[in-house]
Structure formats: structure tokens, C-alpha cells
Design a protein around this ligand. Structure first.
Ligand code: BES
Ligand code: ZN
Length: 619
């Protein structure tokens, strides 16, 4: 069972809670640091409070001032992924409900795990430096001292100084810019976030960014080279927002902007409030990867309004968000499409559990993160096991309209709060109080606390996936002598979603003989496809088939973009193949200095280079 406090944070929200942050800082590309002050409005949660503990990671603390009085502080021992607690002794005692302003002067490390710094040469435009942050799950503490637990929600105001040529953006409404009174070569950008958010949703970017308006509340931001392509790719955003509001309730954040990051951005998307961050690997040209936008939009309710109290309940964020994402997809592209995506999710869950092992504790819905790094625990399980549970409940309780009624009520009930799985379950039972007998037929223990696949498979409409499984079966059963029965016509009528699913199904099977993948290249020419989801699965299939010609292509994709969903499996497959193992390691060594810090950490681990999981080299 998960314990009551947050195992991923040193903060003690039962002692005091931060309600507001006033951040002032200077982005310094020369020293690769943020330097400034974080003034936290902290409220005592109990009487006789003399101490405030904040999370930090690789921060230098210069000074702490409490209500204008300098205060004593000490940094505790550094923990490998949690960082170090900053223990501040208050100059006076606080009673329950009293507020103080704790102002910490700090500086980040050039190796902050939350930040990636780019030289001008590493950007598309080649003329200006670039910086972005990624705080989820536990990296906000590597940007600023804070109670870095999603149990605490705060509003913020920020003033960020950047060189004149750059634009700064944050996960907040823009509140204008002005010349920096201290340096004529700089500007200060101001931001306001009036909705209380957990620390992991604090985000910052600085770069030569341009914007295009793509909807009444949406600008898309990117470097000049990508901004028009991005505006075209994400043109469905307003339709998705309207659909989401119709499903989930009013959108409370005002603006919904999109930011397209450099290719090393480690995730598909990140739901930073008012400004979703996305990978440029979504730029397929045909809007076929827009489900990621539907997903990040959905987090505006599930995740950003209703938040997991600790990362052990991450499935609450992601499971409900995937459910909403697929409801949006269903409204816009039809119910058969919703089921196609849902079944693809089940297949993805199967794939993940095969890989992690069906007794692995990380395949449970509710997990234990005591001494476990959330970055290492990250997988599709909370997304797809969570989604499967919700789809199963939808079908058990009378269909999607009835279940959406529950989801809307759940959002209303818990908006602006942080909750645990038991809060969700109690509310489910309260909402369906007339169907308790039905709910009691659910094998809760198996769903929540057992490793491996769920105890029940929901039912899926297979109309759109039949063509994918049929073609997959043809390839599995094909012999050398009938390989010539395949032709480009096999896939000509299929959508790119179906191409993805076809390849994903093949990846669940034993590797194909190299003759088969060669022939597949002959007839389908997947080498020429730039859609990242197709290319990724195709190259994995080739490497798993031990086709040496694919090695340079796979190495190229693994390094030219850094979305961990693609980069980690590609590196792992290349490492497993004896013909590419040494290259995989040397290419990683060459690239790691310019990789995102989290990607670097996890790929090193996957390649046995982290000193802990070192595997002996095969000879
Ligand atoms: N919030 C997540 C990304 C994340 C999770 C970052 C945990 C750091 C720690 C985001 O909403 C997400 O789930 N992105 C997916 C999108 C997909 C499920 C449609 C991704 O990055 O692939
Ligand atoms: Zn998500």
C-alpha cells in the first residue's frame, strides 16, 4: 500500500502550505543558470511552527529572508533523485493559519535536470540561444526552491529577464514586457497565473520565438522555421477545445497556446497551463498525430484541475486524460475511431507488460514510489490500464453518456484539489449509489493492486482494426516462396493510423525474418515515410529482424529527435542487436552532452552505462 505522505518530496504539507509564488529571475545563457528570488507565501497548517522545509535539487542558496528578516537555513544531505531539503528556521513562531513570505535567493546549476540549454548552433534559426524547462514529475525543485509535491497548489506571478532578442513564455497568462531597468540589453517579461497549480506545472521557455494565431484563444509559438507548418498541423485545436468544454465543463485557464520545442523535447506533449509544450515530431503534415493535442487539452480538467496527490496516483491524471482524449477523438472522427484508439491502447498495454514482466510492481495501477525515481517508473501502464478500467466501467454502468456524467461531476467535485485513488473510488460509489451492486462486481483488488494485465478486457469495436490484424497475420504466415503476393495495394486504402497499428501488431510478434522486412521495404517503402510514429515502429521492426541496412537509419532517428518514447526503444533495440551494440554506445557517448538531461539519464541506464545495471558486453 502507498503511504500517506509523498515519498518523492521532502516538503511537509501537513506543517505548512505555499499559496503563492512571486518569482523574479534572470536567464543567463553564458553561465547556463537562472538566478533570482522566489518569494513564497507560506501558511502554517499547525500551531508553533518554527521550520519550513522546501525541496531543492542542485540549487545554490544565497540567502533566505522571512518577512524582511534574514533567516537561518541549511541544505540537508543530497538524495540521488529527490535532491536536498532546504530547512529554513523561522525567526518567529507561527500559529495555524498565519502567513509569512519566505524569500529565497537562489541560482540553478548548469546541469539542472529540469532545464535544457541550447547554443545558437543547436537551434533551427542558428542565431540565438534557447532554453526550456520540463518540471513534471519532480524537477521543479531543480528550477527553484518549492514544496515540490502535487499535493500543494499555488498561484504565481513572475518577472523574467532575457536578452532583448528573445521572447520568454511561461505556463501562465502573459502580462506584458518592459525594458530591464538594470541592463539595457535585456527585457523583462511578466506572467500571471491566477488559478492555483501544482509546482510541476510551472514552466519556462526563452528563445527566438514567433507566433501565429490559430484560434480565438490560441497562438502557436515556435522558431520561425517551424511556425507556419505548426499552425497548419494544429488547426483543429479550437474544435478540440470546444468539444472538451462540451464534455468536461468550462475551460478556466483563458488562453490555450501551443509551443513547439526543439526536437530533443523528451515527451510528446506537456500540459503546461495556458501553454502546452509539444515535440516537433507531431509535425506529420497531415494532422494525423493530433490526438496528442486532444490529450494535452484534456489535462486542462484532469490533471490541472483535479490533480494526483502524489505520483503514486499518477493514473488519476493520465487514465482520465486518455479517456477524455479518446472521447474528443470520438466526437470529431466517429465512435469507430474511438474504439480503434482504445484497442490500440490495449495492445500498447500488452506490449508494455510483456516488456516489464507481469509480476513487475510498476505494472500496478496504484504504485509504491518509496525510493523509486518517478522518471524510472514512468510507462504506459497508468495511461492504458487506467483507461481500460474507465472503459470497462463505462460499459458496466450503462454507456459513455452515463459515464461522462460521472466524469463531469468528478471534475466539479475535485477541481482545484489534489486527490488519491480512494477519493476517486469513494466518489464513484457515491455518484452511482443506485448501482452499488454493479460496482461490487468489479474485481477492485485485481484492477488496483495486482501486477500484469487487467482481470477483464473491455469490449471493442474492431471495424477499423480488422484490416491491420489481417495484414499482420498475412506477413507472419508468409513463407519465402509467397513473399511476392504482397504489393503496395495492401496498404494503399489504409489510413496512417492503420499503418501505425499494423506495424505495432507486428512488433508484438516474434521478429520477422530479414527477407520479410526487405520485401516489406520493396513493396511499402516505409523508409521514405516521415510520420514519426510509423517510422519509429518500422525501424524497430527492421532492427529486431536484424536487418543491418536499417542500423544507420535507426541511429539517426534515435539522435535527431529526443522524444523518449522513440529514442529509448530505438537505443535499446540497437543495443540488443550484436551488429549495432558498440555503435549504439559510441553514438550515445558522442551525443549525450547535447541531450536532454532526463533522456541522457534514462538512455544511459538502458545501455547499462549508469554503473548500477551494467550488463556484461556480449562477445
Ligand atoms: N504529462 C504528460 C507527460 C509527462 C508525464 C511528462 C510524466 C513527465 C512526466 C503528457 O500529458 C503526456 O502524457 N504526454 C504523452 C501524450 C500521449 C499519451 C498522447 C506523450 O508524451 O507521449
Ligand atoms: Zn498526459
Amino acid at each position: 500500500m502507498a503511504e500517506l505522505e509523498d515519498p518523492s518530496s521532502f516538503a511537509a504539507p501537513d506543517c505548512c502550505r505555499t499559496h503563492h509564488l512571486h518569482l523574479r529571475c534572470r536567464v543567463d545563457f553564458e553561465s547556463r543558470s537562472l538566478r533570482g528570488t522566489a518569494a513564497l507565501t507560506v501558511r502554517a497548517e499547525r500551531d508553533n511552527l518554527r521550520c519550513v522545509v522546501l525541496d531543492t535539487k542542485d540549487l545554490t542558496i544565497h540567502k533566505v529572508v522571512v518577512n524582511r528578516q534574514e533567516a537561518q537555513f541549511a541544505l540537508g544531505q543530497h538524495h540521488s533523485f529527490k535532491g536536498a531539503p532546504l530547512e529554513i528556521t523561522l525567526p518567529f513562531e507561527l500559529g495555524k493559519g498565519q502567513d509569512v513570505i519566505v524569500e529565497v535567493s537562489f541560482e540553478t546549476s548548469p546541469r539542472s535536470s529540469a532545464l535544457q540549454w541550447f547554443t545558437p548552433e543547436q537551434t533551427s534559426g542558428k542565431r540565438h540561444p534557447f532554453l526550456f524547462s520540463q518540471c513534471q514529475a519532480t524537477h521543479c525543485r531543480a528550477v527553484l526552491p518549492c514544496q515540490d509535491t502535487p499535493a500543494v497548489k499555488l498561484t504565481y506571478y513572475a518577472e523574467i529577464s532575457v536578452p532583448n532578442e528573445l521572447v520568454a513564455l511561461m505556463s501562465a497568462r502573459r502580462d506584458g514586457d518592459l525594458p530591464d531597468p538594470e541592463e539595457s540589453t535585456r527585457k523583462i517579461y511578466r506572467f500571471i497565473q491566477n488559478v492555483p497549480i501544482p509546482s510541476y506545472l510551472i514552466a519556462l521557455v526563452a528563445g527566438a520565438l514567433e507566433s501565429r494565431e490559430i484560434g480565438p484563444r490560441t497562438l502557436v509559438w515556435a522558431e520561425k522555421e517551424l511556425v507556419d507548418k505548426s499552425a497548419h498541423e494544429f488547426a483543429e485545436t479550437e474544435a478540440m477545445l470546444k468539444t472538451a468544454e462540451d464534455l468536461a465543463g468550462p475551460y478556466v485557464w483563458g488562453q490555450y497556446d501551443l509551443l513547439v520545442l526543439p526536437p530533443s523535447f523528451p515527451y510528446g506533449g506537456m500540459e503546461n497551463p495556458c501553454l502546452t509544450f509539444v515535440t516537433p515530431t507531431l509535425l506529420a503534415g497531415d494532422r494525423s498525430l493530433s490526438n496528442v493535442i486532444a490529450h494535452e487539452i484534456s489535462h486542462s480538467w484532469t490533471g490541472n484541475l483535479v490533480t494526483n496527490k502524489t505520483w503514486e496516483h499518477f493514473w488519476l491524471n493520465e487514465g482520465h486524460t486518455v479517456y477524455l482524449e479518446r472521447m474528443i477523438g470520438g466526437r470529431l472522427f466517429g465512435e469507430q475511431f474511438r474504439h480503434f484508439q482504445a484497442l490500440g491502447g490495449w495492445r500498447e498495454l500488452q506490449n508494455t507488460i510483456n516488456l516489464l514482466g507481469n509480476t513487475n510492481p510498476m505494472t500496478k495501477l496504484e504504485i509504491c514510489l518509496k525510493e523509486v525515481d518517478p522518471d524510472v517508473a514512468y510507462s504506459y501502464v497508468p495511461y492504458e490500464k487506467g483507461f481500460a478500467l474507465l472503459l470497462y466501467l463505462e460499459q458496466l454502468l450503462g454507456g459513455k453518456d452515463i459515464f461522462m456524467g460521472f466524469l463531469r461531476a468528478y471534475i466539479q467535485q475535485f477541481a482545484f484539489k489534489s486527490i488519491r485513488t480512494e477519493d476517486w473510488k469513494n466518489f464513484l460509489y457515491a455518484y452511482f449509489k443506485d448501482k452499488v451492486d454493479v460496482l461490487d462486481t468489479v474485481n477492485w483488488n485485481a484492477w488496483m493492486n495486482a501486477a500484469g494485465m487487467p482481470p477483464v478486457k473491455p469490449t471493442y469495436d474492431t471495424t477499423l482494426s480488422n484490416a491491420c490484424s489481417a495484414l499482420c497475420q498475412r506477413w507472419i504466415k508468409a513463407t519465402e516462396s509467397n513473399l511476392n503476393s504482397f504489393s503496395s495495394a495492401d496498404i494503399a486504402e489504409m489510413s496512417s493510423h492503420q499503418h501505425i497499428e499494423f506495424l505495432a501488431l507486428l512488433l508484438l510478434e516474434d521478429p520477422l525474418p530479414v527477407s520479410h522486412v526487405r520485401q516489406m521495404q520493396q513493396v511499402y517503402n516505409f523508409n521514405a515515410v516521415n510520420n514519426s510514429e510509423i517510422r519509429f515502429r518500422w525501424l524497430r521492426l527492421c532492427i529486431q529482424a536484424k536487418w543491418e541496412d536499417a542500423i544507420p537509419l535507426a541511429l539517426k532517428m534515435a539522435t535527431e529527435q529526443g522524444r523518449m518514447k522513440f529514442t529509448r526503444p530505438l537505443f535499446k533495440d540497437l543495443y540488443k542487436f550484436d551488429k549495432s551494440r558498440d555503435q549504439a554506445i559510441s553514438v550515445f557517448q558522442q551525443h549525450k552532452a547535447s541531450m536532454h538531461p532526463v533522456t541522457e539519464k534514462l538512455v544511459a541506464k538502458d545501455l547499462g552505462l549508469d554503473g548500477q545495471t551494467a550488463k556484461p558486453l556480449q562477445t
